[in-house]
Write a protein that binds this ligand. Structure first.
Ligand code: NAG
Ligand code: NAG
Ligand code: NAG
Ligand code: NAG
Ligand code: NAG
Ligand code: NAG
Ligand code: NAG
Ligand code: NAG
Ligand code: NAG
Ligand code: NAG
Ligand code: NAG
Ligand code: NAG
Ligand code: CU
Length: 608
């Protein structure tokens, strides 16, 4: 007994001593063929996704980037709080100047929170060219773990804890055969909002599948068929560009659109990613990261259900699901009970986009057999979801995003010090998105600060423009209400998947219709059923509901300003972000930090 206790306290003491970990990456612009089609892309030390950062809670991280790209870049560590290191948040115009071609930059931060995160480029849409990689932070030994809520048997709990400590990281992205600069140019030339990609990638591997148009039509949902209004889905599985019900009442120039961005499809025959498991481990943890620019896949594994036990890193009351919809920028960790006696060597993992934009899917394999020994795969008839992500069986359970209760329980403040209401939508063009409904455009935020990012001058004209920035006092609680409003030019909007940099927030309410109130307090008196101040989700992403004609939607997040610095709140759908759907957030303007000389534009500006 004594030796057990001593061992335990030794572990605690050890882990309390934060260790330093260093990573160096070299970014290059080179040929790759993730879905079998070759094009130039961003490689991170020769791969995409880049190497996984596997660290422990409390570690001090140094991350040195060599930019050997022909373009500017910055790296953001998505979901990392950057407590007391706002200069390492990686947003051009907000917290640093871009890393120019041939230059290097040193990011330094502490892994304050456990969980699954990711790093990615934040300069325009460089993320869409392959600049992304996973991060996993193992919790400190003091952190309570939710596994016994799934199965209380000590042997099962130990197997789950082991699986969660050694997760299989699944980075999901989507892929276009044109680079992000060409996609953006095509949007402007054709005056369109582009919402198609050529494939979905799982850990950087995918395949171009072209189904017969009649199959696409039979997979289309009733609402997609209604929007199509007699037109066919394209060979690429897309709703044809320029449908007013989808893109708004604007003048489009379809002849300026390269066929690869919506119409053409050339199938490839690549092999999928394989995730190897051993049934003697009993459990495996798949930690999914959605690094996609556009697509929203339904994730499922044939013949296996999943226990979702963390959302955006944060442990939750586990939910048993057959399938899970994952939105741009989100992460979910799923414990999967392995079969004691599998009937097949391998089972298909399915990732099928849900939404009227495109029918597009990817698969991967969960294999019980070692590499090179897969002889039998459970047949497609075992799938619970079709290639459009719709359930094929009425008893399937999908993730309920609104009830991801944090574990252990945490509560937001019951009232706030400040309320900010923003209207989000298109302005003037299908591709021109705004979060403030007043300002914001394609070059935002890169262009607004002209070499002197907001972090270095929180009293600049741009920093004081309330159409572009949210300013908070340190320690205060703040509500941000995002109203997605159908305008006359803008009858519909897809769901937007927003991400706030720095600390996590609570998602305390949502609804349809106008938000005719000046505060949550007032709204709660009128419609208490739309709010949860007791055990709401606590995470770093939130999703607005799709907007239909005449039917606005709204969603409220509540957070405590506690990390003075300049951050950003933005839609993570890349064409929307590059189109301007962002607001700067200046947290703790009354307690502004002193910026180390190494990060200041009038110092070296490189972190070194
Ligand atoms: C990237 O490659 C460099 C040079 O080979 C190596 O020193 C470094 O450790 C690699 N980085 C990672 C994160 O693996
Ligand atoms: C990065 O990779 C390029 C191309 O392989 C190479 O020329 C360059 O020396 C590398 N830079 C560093 C700092 O490793
Ligand atoms: C890179 O950033 C610099 C500084 O903001 C800017 O002058 C330059 O035009 C940018 N280059 C590209 C290729 O966007
Ligand atoms: C749609 O495609 C079918 C073949 O799958 C074709 O017969 C029909 O004419 C097409 N309709 C339109 C409006 O293009
Ligand atoms: C539409 O795009 C084509 C091809 O880029 C171009 O030649 C034409 O001038 C454009 N039309 C309009 C009205 O802008
Ligand atoms: C339908 O889904 C449920 C839940 O996963 C499963 O138990 C059942 O076997 C499925 N039925 C069919 C016909 O696939
Ligand atoms: C884009 O939106 C901004 C802000 O809402 C507006 O000022 C600008 O005129 C719009 N640009 C175009 C091309 O419509
Ligand atoms: C903010 O936007 C409103 C509405 O477009 C405009 O009247 C106001 O002048 C703008 N404020 C600033 C500081 O630009
Ligand atoms: C975007 O904003 C910048 C800075 O306010 C301005 O110079 C530029 O003209 C705007 N671009 C568009 C397309 O509205
Ligand atoms: C910004 O202005 C306020 C009020 O004038 C002042 O108290 C604060 O020190 C200024 N902040 C910085 C970083 O200059
Ligand atoms: C900001 O507020 C947080 C939360 O109240 C507090 O922990 C922190 O010390 C404050 N920071 C500064 C610089 O005052
Ligand atoms: C909100 O106000 C608008 C305009 O004043 C009104 O048309 C609408 O019915 C109101 N909505 C609700 C839900 O009260
Ligand atoms: Cu969006």
């Amino acid at each position: 007994m004594w030796s057990f206790l001593l061992l335990w306290s030794a572990v605690v003491v050890c882990s309390a001593v934060a260790k330093d970990v260093s990573f160096t990456i070299n970014l290059t612009w080179d040929y790759g063929a993730p879905d079998g089609f070759s094009r130039k892309m961003i490689l991170i030390n020769g791969t995409s996704p880049g190497p996984a950062l596997l660290i422990d809670q409390g570690d001090n991280v140094k991350f040195l980037v060599h930019n050997n790209l022909p373009s500017n870049t910055t790296i953001h560590f998505h979901g990392i709080t950057q407590l007391k290191t706002p200069w390492s948040d990686g947003v051009p115009g907000i917290s640093q100047n871009p890393i120019l071609p041939g230059e290097s930059f040193l990011y330094q931060w502490t892994a304050d929170d456990y969980g699954t995160y990711w790093y990615h480029g934040h300069y325009l849409s460089d993320i869409s060219d392959g600049l992304l990689g996973p991060i996993h932070v193992n919790p400190s030994p003091q952190q309570p773990l939710p596994y016994s809520l799934i199965n209380s048997s000590p042997a099962e709990v130990a197997a789950m804890a082991n699986a969660a400590t050694n997760p299989l990281l699944v980075t999901i992205s989507d892929w276009s055969h044109l680079d992000s600069a060409a996609v953006l140019q095509a949007e402007i030339d054709a005056n369109l909002d582009l919402y198609c990609t050529n494939s979905i990638l799982i850990n950087g591997r995918g395949k171009v599948s072209c189904l017969p148009i009649s199959t696409y039509m039979s997979l289309a949902t009733p609402s997609t068929l209604q929007a199509l209004n007699g037109q066919n889905i394209t060979a690429q599985g897309c709703s044809p560009p320029g449908i007013a019900e989808i893109e708004g009442n604007f003048q489009f120039n379809l002849s300026a659109l390269p066929p690869a961005l919506a119409y053409s499809c050339e199938a490839t025959n690549t092999t999928p990613s394989v995730f190897y498991v051993s049934n003697t481990d009993r459990w495996v943890s798949f930690n999914f990261i959605l690094g996609a620019s556009v697509q929203t896949p339904m994730v499922s594994i044939d013949d296996h259900d999943m226990w979702i036990y963390a959302a955006d890193g944060q442990f939750v009351q586990p939910q048993r699901v057959d399938g899970m919809l994952i939105f741009s920028a989100q992460r979910y960790s799923a414990l999967v009970r392995l079969k004691d006696k599998p009937s097949y060597d391998a089972y298909t993992m399915r990732f099928s986009n849900v939404g009227g934009n495109q029918i597009l899917f990817a698969t991967a394999l969960l294999s019980y057999a070692p590499s090179g020994k897969i002889e039998t795969i459970a047949p497609d008839s075992h799938a619970l979801f079709n290639q459009a992500g719709s359930a094929t069986n009425s008893s399937v359970v999908t993730l309920d995003m609104s009830s991801l209760e944090p574990y252990p329980a945490i509560k937001p403040a019951q009232d706030v010090d400040a309320t900010h209401i923003y209207k989000a939508g298109r302005d003037g063009a299908a591709w021109n998105w705004t979060l403030s409904a007043n300002q914001g455009n394609i070059s935002y935020p890169m262009s607004i600060t002209d070499g002197y990012p907001l972090l270095f001058d929180p009293n600049s004209t741009a920093a004081l423009n309330s159409n572009l920035t949210i300013r908070t006092l340190n320690g205060t609680w703040v509500d941000i209400i995002v109203l997605t409003d159908p305008g006359s030019q803008n009858p519909t909007q897809p769901p937007h998947s927003f991400h706030k940099h720095s600390n996590k927030f609570f998602i305390i309410g949502s609804g349809t219709g106008d938000f005719n109130y000046t505060s949550v307090k007032e709204a709660m008196q009128a419609q208490p059923e739309s709010f949860n101040l007791d055990n709401p989700p606590f995470r770093d992403s939130f999703v607005s509901s799709a907007v239909a004609p005449g039917m606005p939607t709204w969603i409220v997040i509540r957070y405590q300003s506690m990390n003075p610095g300049a951050f950003i709140l933005h839609c993570h759908i890349q064409p929307h972000f590059a189109g301007g759907m962002a607001m700067a957030m200046l947290d703790g303007v009354d307690k502004w930090p002193t910026i180390p000389a190494a990060y200041r534009p009038d110092g070296s500006g490189t972190g070194m």
